[in-house]
Design a protein around this ligand. Structure first.
Ligand code: SF4
Ligand code: SF4
Length: 199
């Protein structure tokens, strides 16, 4: 059965199928897979590749850390619902190729789309990582699977953000308030994001 997040992703991908513009083409340079922590750093905080609970099993357990949780009880996190890869260079990268390509995490399937949002008027806005990916352009169109992954990520994030009270910072190796991180993320996206409004 297709879950609601995936169904949302597929519906957005259908709406964007008629777009024109140069099609994004990954040249498999491996840059995005070898700068995972540095590209996910936000202000004083450092994070890794975000992973859904079942995706953490793709990697050795010693490379995994919790990412988002509901709250702290004493020093213990309660309600962990996402994880992150601690490595700067992905252990699944081999000569610029992903060795788990068909089962790679959602965060990898949507890249170089930073985020996709649906505006109040029903338009679709996307932000593309033109800073780290040498092939990404703001007016790119993207393969349907990539749009679907970005929209699925949006759907999952919307439900996760309402739950996340704390996030695990790899730099200080401590839990930090999720709101502080979100505020910084928003500031960064407003400054860096190259957005394209689609009807
Ligand atoms: S940085 Fe861009 S071009 Fe290079 S592997 Fe990643 S997505 Fe492909
Ligand atoms: S899982 Fe594959 S696509 Fe994702 S970061 Fe690792 S090598 Fe890159």
């Amino acid at each position: 059965m297709v879950n609601k997040h995936r169904a949302f992703g597929e519906s957005i991908a259908k709406r964007m199928a008629a777009d024109d513009g140069p099609l994004f083409q990954c040249r498999q340079c491996g840059k995005c897979c070898s700068s995972l922590r540095s590209s996910a750093s936000i202000g004083p905080y450092e994070f890794g590749l975000a992973l859904l609970p079942f995706e953490k099993n793709l990697f050795p357990s010693e490379d995994i850390s919790p990412y988002e949780a509901m709250r702290l009880k004493g020093t213990k996190p309660r309600g962990i619902f996402s994880y992150q890869l601690k490595k700067e260079i992905c252990p699944k990268l081999n000569n610029s190729n992903c060795t788990i390509y068909t089962s790679r995490p959602l965060a990898c399937r949507k890249y170089p789309i930073n985020y996709l949002m649906v505006t109040e008027k029903g338009g679709i806005r996307i932000s593309v990582d033109t800073v780290s990916c040498p092939e990404a352009q703001p007016n790119n169109t993207f393969p349907a699977e990539m749009i679907a992954a970005a929209a699925e990520d949006l759907s999952r994030s919307n439900s996760a953000w309402s739950k996340a009270g704390i996030m695990y910072d790899l730099k200080s190796e401590s839990w930090v308030p999720a709101k502080k991180v979100r505020d910084l993320q928003q500031t960064l996206l407003d400054r860096l994001s190259i957005t394209e409004q689609r009807k």
